[in-house]
Write a protein that binds this ligand. Structure first.
Ligand code: CDP
Ligand code: CDP
Length: 231
């Protein structure tokens, strides 16, 4: 079976990474969480005091981008690749509300996008890849054989993310999570460089009322149809 490129875009907490991981495992493809890369740059900016509650030194971050090295290493126990920044595993550190509150402004910076898009395109050179994010079908892999655009209502998505955060022991309230989800959707959709938009040839999937299993089966069917087309 010929390997294809699967691009999954959409709003925050629509289940992109969950289905991308399931597909990669099922198909034996590489999975790349492009959002983790933007979160890693944000974490770097926070650690170096370029970004904080009352300041954002954009030029300092841009001047230090060459000091950032991001890698993914597969963790067989988890069944997916964890993200490393300059050799340190930061998979858990980048999922906090604090990083979520700074990541969209960092992802607006063109210099950051240019750097990460180049690395993402390199990872997908030999196909057999599932990547999720905001600009995968529009900018990173405009020629991807299968493009999906995931949506669900803001309340559904915030509730999903809220459950995830409290189950890891984070002290957050629902309103905070809803606000963050809506704020990121707004910034991501309205930025100048590579805004979150549905590619013309993407298939939209509203999973507000789909279980994880239903969502996976529906998408797997789309993948199998594409694989037949490109055989
Ligand atoms: O998983 P969640 O929906 O919370 O977000 P994510 O995929 O981890 O992405 C975090 C943020 O990175 C997004 O809100 C965007 O601001 C940015 N991002 C982006 O600009 N382009 C991408 N391809 C992926 C993420
Ligand atoms: O990657 P993205 O931010 O789009 O979302 P995710 O991290 O895959 O999913 C966010 C949460 O929603 C996870 O806890 C999923 O298990 C849950 N989810 C769900 O319950 N039902 C769906 N149809 C999709 C996601």
């Amino acid at each position: 079976m010929k390997q294809i490129t699967i691009a999954i875009d959409g709003f925050s907490s629509t289940g992109k990474s969950t289905v991308a991981k399931q597909l990669a495992k099922h198909l034996g493809y590489i999975y790349v969480d492009s959002g983790a890369m933007y979160r890693a740059v944000t974490w770097f900016a926070m650690q170096n005091q370029f970004i904080g509650a009352s300041y954002f030194h954009i030029q300092d971050l841009i001047d230090h981008l060459d000091q950032i090295s991001i890698n993914f290493k597969f963790n067989p126990e988890l069944g997916f690749a964890e993200v490393y920044l300059n050799g340190n595993n930061i998979e858990k550190d980048i999922r906090t509300m604090e990083v979520s509150s700074f990541v969209s402004p960092v992802a607006e910076i063109s210099e950051v996008r240019k750097l990460l898009v180049k690395q993402q395109q390199k990872m997908g050179e030999s196909k057999g890849i599932v990547m999720d994010g905001r600009d995968i079908g529009t900018v990173v892999f405009p020629d991807a054989e299968l493009k999906l655009f995931m949506t669900a209502s803001a309340e559904t998505r915030a509730n999903r993310r809220f459950q995830e955060l409290i189950s890891r022991g984070d002290e957050v309230n629902f309103e905070q999570v809803l606000h963050n989800v809506q704020e990121r959707d707004f910034i991501d959709s309205n930025r100048k460089d590579s805004p979150l938009v549905k590619a013309n040839d993407a298939i939209e999937i509203d999973n507000s009322n789909l279980s994880l299993e239903e969502q996976f089966n529906k998408i797997l069917q789309l993948v199998e149809n594409k694989q037949k087309e490109y055989k």
